[in-house]
Design a protein around this ligand. Structure first.
Ligand code: KG4
Ligand code: ZN
Length: 342
């Protein structure tokens, strides 16, 4: 991997090959994170300060509170990353930050911190797209290289992506309404589970019968998805119990079965059409046990399947650093503005 970036003031060339250390900052939603990654794959430091406890009280992320908490956490998180790495700031080859999509007030905190570090230490600045970063979580601790098909499932996105090269990717399918993570969180709320509902629902589903209730699978063209009808079906099911003896585990398991089999079928179809031999999953919902299990079944058909470790699935900065290293589709202008939607 040979690529040259330039420092901000003195325009000194920095070659990204061996011993390239990138410090990245991520603050697009409710995690303040900072990491240092060597050559895009080796994590030297990884710090994540989660705000989940704060937002759980409200049943979802409150943007203004999130932005304020990022401000309070950011310096400590950066200091901790330097401490974990044992590296002096001068040793960092470039500073990267998430530009979007995400909550604007939140993104501003992390991105400005990354830009400031790059200016102060006269290093290159690299702005990263959060969704590309999620895909790059798959390069950590592996030797994975494109081409592959990726299933990106998070709180805000559900996409099937044809990743042709490190910097060339085409979205070939996406949700036409709710994202998978959003559907998990909404269904969890319907049955009275705390925010974020995804991980709790996943756990409860393990003790339920996935075939207890037949939930509708949306028929959507091509590789696209729709999850809002399923959410409504769960609402109707919950109401039919009239508050009495709700079979929570069975509802969770049936919902999880419906979602995971829909995702699996479309990924398999995309993979077969692409002719690629590799498939990856990424994003917060890639932490889901049943989605992982089904996608990993593809190994039996001879495909290479990759999923990041759980800690690199949900929002983190190591994936941002990896993206800054591998993906040339970055926003390297220090004047780049944050953006909320993809
Ligand atoms: O990627 P992420 O950390 O943040 C976004 O960029 O959206 O994803 C967060 C989403 C939340 O909706 C959360 O409920 C979901 O990921 N999630 C899960 C699991 N772990 C996290 N959903 C289902 N099963 C899980 N085990
Ligand atoms: Zn994310």
């Amino acid at each position: 991997m040979k690529m040259t970036k330039y420092t901000l003031f003195t325009k000194t060339p920095i070659v990204f090959d061996s011993d390239c250390y990138i410090m990245a900052i991520e603050s697009s939603c409710d995690e303040t994170a900072c990491a240092i990654v060597k050559n895009g794959r080796d994590v030297i430091a990884n710090v994540v300060a989660s705000q989940i406890k704060t937002h759980a009280k409200f049943g979802g992320v409150i943007p203004e509170i999130a932005a304020r908490e990022h401000l309070e956490a950011i310096n400590a998180v950066i200091d901790e990353a330097f401490k974990q790495s044992g590296l002096a700031p001068e040793k960092i080859s470039a500073f990267a930050g998430t530009v979007g999509p995400g909550l604007v007030g939140c993104l501003l905190v992390g991105l400005n911190a990354a830009k400031t570090l790059a200016l102060v230490y006269d290093k290159p600045f690299i702005g990263v797209n959060h969704l590309n970063a999620h895909l790059c979580g798959n390069y950590i601790d592996t030797d994975l290289e494109p081409p592959y098909i990726a299933l990106l499932v998070s709180g805000g996105h559900t996409q099937i992506i044809d990743v042709k090269s490190f910097s060339e990717q085409t979205i070939i399918g996406e949700t036409i309404d709710d994202a998978v993570g959003e559907a998990y969180d909404k269904v969890a709320r319907l049955i009275g589970l705390p925010y974020p509902g995804g991980p709790v629902l996943d756990k409860l589903a393990k003790d339920g019968n996935p075939y207890a209730f037949k939930l509708p699978e949306a028929k959507v063209d091509g590789y696209n998805f729709s999850f809002s009808g399923l959410k409504t079906a769960v609402l109707r099911l919950v109401k039919s119990f009239d508050g009495k003896d709700l079979p929570v585990n069975d509802i969770c398991a049936s919902f999880q079965e419906c979602v995971s089999s829909t995702l699996f079928k479309k990924v398999k179809k995309a993979l077969e059409a692409s002719g690629y031999r590799q498939v990856v999953i990424a994003g917060g919902v890639a932490a889901n046990s049943e989605i992982r299990r089904k996608i990993f079944e593809l190994e039996k058909d001879g495909y290479r399947v990759n999923a990041p470790l759980m800690k690199y699935c949900t929002d983190n900065a190591a994936m941002v650093a990896s993206c800054a290293y591998f993906n040339t589709n970055t926003f390297d202008d220090v004047d780049v503005e944050v953006f909320s939607r993809a």
